[in-house]
Design a protein around this ligand. Structure first.
Ligand code: NAP
Length: 289
């Protein structure tokens, strides 16, 4: 039987509706409108399109969203000045910086300057450390959205063999930690993994997060496994494709995310929810996170 779809678009709509209700309540009770700023230095078309999509969805949830372009020629100092002024702006509750930062801007400079309470995509050392230590804080939206998708379908990862392919700071590593915190037994794979197929075939839950289209084929998947595809690459005729050979893997897996319409929409929905939470926590009189 072909795998059932984990419908990220429909689930994300439900999350966004909840966020919109939370925003309306915050406005009614405390007169606060959550504010999100997207920050970008380069002109990567995929990042530009993501930023436009965040803005559209934020506005429809009642979140004020604006974009700030960085002056690349001012280097790290310019970036840090921009972030410090956003830290100090009471109308800004969340900041998301598009990665990778353009040369010569560095990820370290961003992490050092951004207020962790406004770090709604979980990139600062304080929030990344909180994830390792199991403490409250913001977690990168893409892995958090993937886990939430499973939860909303009632798929409990406790005790599962989970295999994550890809170990980036924004996706693979935090995903592995989230799964570990949710009591899965986790294996993290990368380009130096000796036998990727063998590792993947052990997985009850297989998460592909590499950006290499077609990397995961049906013969690498255990029958009945759940497959989350985070990869996004340009495919034929301008369509986006994931890391997973969808047709082949659907014949073997029990549940699978499509691309597009799987993990992608969840990322933005969870980012908006994090922004609402930041606004709630930063509002005077509210107990801390
Ligand atoms: P990244 O920083 O380039 O990291 C890719 C990771 O995949 C690296 O850890 C790399 O291993 C590993 N990898 C690459 N080829 C591999 C192979 N053949 N076998 C095993 N591991 C391999 O990318 P990223 O930022 O994590 O993004 C990954 C993908 O997710 C991209 O397609 C990106 O567009 C997508 N993405 C999606 C969302 C969403 O909302 N769904 C959000 C963010 C990113 P090494 O560490 O050994 O090099």
């Amino acid at each position: 039987m072909p795998a059932q779809l984990l419908d990220g678009s429909a689930t994300a709509r439900a999350v966004r509706a909840e966020v919109a209700r939370g925003v309306a309540q915050l406005q009614a009770q405390r007169g606060v409108t959550p504010g999100l700023v997207t920050v970008m230095g380069g002109d990567d078309p995929a990042a530009q399109s993501y930023v436009r999509s965040i803005a559209r969805q934020a506005e429809s949830a009642g979140i004020r969203c604006r974009h700030q372009t960085l002056q690349v020629d001012r280097g790290d100092a310019g970036l840090q000045d921009s972030l410090r002024s956003l830290n100090a702006d009471p109308e800004v509750h969340g900041v998301i910086v598009q990665f990778p930062p353009p040369v010569p801007l560095t990820a370290g400079a961003i992490a050092a300057a951004l207020d962790p309470r406004k770090d709604v995509d979980g990139i600062t050392p304080a929030n990344a450390g909180g994830l390792v230590l199991g403490q409250p804080g913001f977690v990168p939206s893409t892995p958090l959205g993937g886990l939430e998708l499973l939860q909303r379908y009632g798929l409990d990862v406790t005790g599962m063999e989970a295999v994550v392919v890809g170990r980036s700071v924004v996706l693979g590593k935090p995903l592995a930690l989230l799964l570990l915190n949710a009591n899965a037994t986790v294996t993290l794979c990368h380009t130096r993994t000796r036998d990727l197929g063998a590792a993947c075939r052990r997985a009850d839950l297989l998460c592909a997060a590499t950006g290499k289209s077609g990397l995961i084929t049906g013969d690498m998947v255990k029958p009945g496994a759940i497959v989350l595809d985070f990869g996004v690459s340009p495919g034929p005729q301008g369509k986006l494709v994931g890391d997973v050979d969808f047709a082949g893997v659907s014949e073997v897996a029990s549940w699978i995310t499509p691309t597009p319409g799987g993990t992608g929409p969840m990322t933005t929905a969870v980012l908006l929810r994090n922004t609402l939470r930041a606004a709630q926590a930063l509002t005077p009189g509210e107990p801390g996170r």
